[in-house]
Design a binder for this molecule. Structure first.
Ligand code: DWN
Length: 417
């Protein structure tokens, strides 16, 4: 009853807030729900629209998708299958260990343990609603709560005898959580007095700069600016004291957060220059102005027209064969927004076994194992995983040597080799 009332109040607050729509990416499926032919009829679609909140400056989806439809036993994104990300999390854990030396660690959204595995399992726990991954980290010896992150769960963890955590970490997870006030209240509830909450997610500024609208899909309930996070965290008794700008996932921010120093017994963590610099950079770019988002929307529309025109010319006029590398969540947005199907792009290669043999959400383009195709049979390869452009270009040198060319839409539609 108490939870239902909270949810109702949150819904009313959402409706009353000052949100303006600036982008409509059309009818979209669940970005990571790869499927079989016999599942087409029941495929779920929703309208992907994006709003800017004039009060908090937060950019969010207009309509959220029910979390259980996205994050469940069938979730397919395995962090550990990405070699650069495994390295990224190893380095991150080493840095956090050296700098903060935490005695207790919790990861929210622990996926298949790429970050957790760098910490001793006697003082580290995970939270992961996707049951398939929670089982993986349990089997690795980490206690894992297979639930969504809520205040109720933070209470349950306390009641189970865990002391407050010195380090709470989350990567590509907080932007998936629809009710941020609830999320941050839950963090505050279980963060030790001098603890740090560190999280990283795609950067709104980088998305606007690069025109990478495909960062927007069902799972990304919000695309964060430091500005919006600063406002919302502050409202929840937390403060940002450092920001790192990262290159991963097409440009992300790692945000370091502590309690607001309201109690004199708390050690004061000074706010570092990186916070001011990021806020200034965002302000200079116009992140607080609605016109910035209207201009972005025009750029997205142009990107769609350019991409469709290019693919149609290559395929239907010049009779070229086109493949895609990387069946990403991002490519789901692009293919459905631009109405791209098998007639333009024959298939998608992906290294994730759980995606292979299935059809991509909405576009129904077949996903195949990279090893099962000869890339030299194709003239062009669209980069579904443009964020791994260098890794892919390096791996596929033979394709380029044989005259193959890549296509990307970031920062604008272009062909390169
Ligand atoms: O937040 C999220 C991020 C972290 O990961 C999720 N909401 C879902 C997911 O987003 P994505 O699917 O856009 O992520 P990636 O990391 O861009 O996916 C890369 C995909 O490309 C993987 O399925 C692996 C594949 N791949 C490939 O086939 N060949 C990747 C490389 C580097 C390759 O050479």
């Amino acid at each position: 009853m108490h939870l239902e009332l909270n949810f109702l109040i949150w819904k009313v607050v959402c409706v009353m807030s000052n949100k303006k729509e600036f982008l409509n990416l059309g009818k979209q499926p669940i970005a990571n729900k790869f499927l079989r032919k016999n599942e087409f009829e029941d495929e779920f679609f929703y309208n992907l629209k994006v709003v800017f909140d004039d009060d908090t400056k937060l950019v969010s989806l207009k309509d959220f998708v029910k979390p259980e439809l996205m994050f469940n036993e069938d979730y397919v994104y395995h962090t550990s299958l990405s070699v650069p990300m495994v390295e990224h999390f190893k380095n991150t854990a080493e840095m956090l260990m050296k700098e903060f030396n935490p005695l207790t660690v919790m990861e929210i959204g622990s996926n298949d343990g790429a970050f957790l595995k760098n910490w001793p399992n006697d003082y580290t726990i995970g939270v992961e609603p996707c049951g398939n991954f929670a089982k993986v980290t349990e089997d690795m010896g980490y206690q894992t709560y297979s639930e969504f992150w809520t205040t109720e769960l933070s209470e349950k963890i306390k009641n189970d005898g865990h002391v407050d955590f010195d380090l709470i970490y989350a990567a590509n997870c907080i932007c998936h959580i629809q009710n941020l006030d609830e999320c941050f209240a839950a963090v505050k509830n279980i963060l030790s007095k001098n603890g740090v909450f560190v999280f990283e997610d795609p950067s709104l500024l980088r998305m606007l700069e690069r025109g990478s609208y495909d960062q927007i899909y069902d799972e990304h309930a919000h695309i964060f600016s430091v500005t919006a996070l600063d406002n919302i965290l502050m409202n929840n008794g937390l403060k940002i004291f450092r920001v790192d700008n990262l290159s991963v996932h097409g440009g992300s921010n790692r945000v370091y957060v502590s309690h607001l120093p309201v109690h004199t017994f708390l050690r004061f963590r000074p706010v570092e220059i990186s916070v001011r610099e990021n806020l200034q950079r965002e302000y200079d770019f116009g992140i607080n102005n609605f016109q910035t988002y209207e201009m972005f929307s025009e750029r997205v529309n142009k990107s769609k027209n350019d991409l469709v025109e290019l693919l149609r010319e290559l395929r239907f006029i010049r009779d070229k064969r086109i493949i895609c590398i990387g069946a990403t969540s991002k490519s789901t947005t692009v293919f459905n927004y631009c109405d791209i199907d098998e007639s333009l792009i024959e298939c998608i290669t992906d290294t994730t076994p759980d995606k292979q043999g299935l059809l991509a959400p909405g576009s129904h383009i077949p996903v195949v194992d990279r090893e099962s195709v000869n890339l030299n049979d194709y003239d062009y390869a669209f980069l579904g995983a443009w964020n791994f452009k260098d890794v892919i270009a390096n791996k596929e040198r033979e394709f380029v040597e044989n005259g193959g060319k890549f296509i990307t839409h970031v920062p604008e539609v272009m062909v390169f080799s």
